[in-house]
Design a protein around this ligand. Sequence first.
Ligand SMILES: Cc1ncc(COP(=O)(O)O)c(C=O)c1O
Length: 377
Amino acid sequence: MTFQTFELENWQSDHEQTVRFNLADSTVDPVTVADLIEDGEDLERIMSVPLYYPEVNGERSLRGLIAGLHDGIGTDDVLVTVGASEANAAIVDALCEPGDRVVVMEPGYRQVWGLARNRGCDVAAFELHADRGWAPDLEQLRRVAAPGTRLIYVCNPNNPTGYILTQREMAEIVRIAEDCGAWLVADEVYRGSERLTDAETPSFVGMTDKVIGVGSLSKSYGLSGLRIGWAVCTHPELADLWRRHEYVAIATGRLDNFLAECALRPAARRRLFERNRACVRRGYDLFSAWALRQGGRLAAQPPMASALAFVRYDSDLSSVEVGDLFRREASVLVAPGVFFGREGWFRINIGMDTGHLAQALDALAPVVAALPPASGR
Ligand SMILES: Cc1ncc(COP(=O)(O)O)c(C=O)c1O
């Protein structure tokens, strides 16, 4: 079996160190340690953290805070992982066997897609439609989620479109998962980055029995450098993820656990989400005004959440060719749409410092203007 590389992450690994403007990431301007430490007492505590292994499944106090984010989840229903990445990897490894049907959203973050292919699963997709404002085709989901489907993976809010499912769509996805007997894996790392509302996107956790919620401090908290994520689940299968975690990482970092606790205290969490939404709103306003000035060569679909804009371009070039042009000519790294399952689009980060974004967009404008137009025009 040929190994499926994680094309998006591979693209970033290959190029992010050699460009002036890295807009291929999906987080906001990072938070610093000083931003997280509230007072002298915190400082004293951090200085005296013993740099021994933390509890292998995450410090109990941290797991308690994560459990508190969901109804019906206890401290022992949480596994702290090295980012959401490790949680997703452990889930596929623990739950899926070769030949199992796995269904994912498309366009989407293709980690579970690639992991499932590498596990020998039969991977199918259901689409989010650009012409319906990225609403999902749930009839298609019902068709592809045949009886016996092992796992349905949803990302809500979605990467790369920023689409937030309605309550009715969430309920229908739950019904479909229940009808076919699948595990529902809800990757919710962008909850808290809503652009059009201050209301946090609801969680799938608690909506059905066989659900695993995946979270992370990387995106909405601006703390990707901590490498703290988690899986929450009330089933004994959580222990199967934990067994994988022992092989891959043993544990997360003790300091990371301490700082994660600082970020998840209710007041700090509220503050970090406010900061995140401000970055997302400011950045998208700047970006969308710029996109409108590009002579109709770009069409951005406004994201409901996330520091991302998913943009359609008017050219027959492939999204990798466009990404290469942007990189070579403007030293701007974007993420080609094909890595999310959509040719003809690219994803660009709008959540970093606006001065930096404005400079990158200035550099990009002449390259966009020089793109060979689509042959149909
Ligand atoms: C939907 C989604 N899930 C998981 C991850 C992994 O994030 P991390 O491992 O930093 O928590 C990402 C990163 O881009 C993502 O977009």
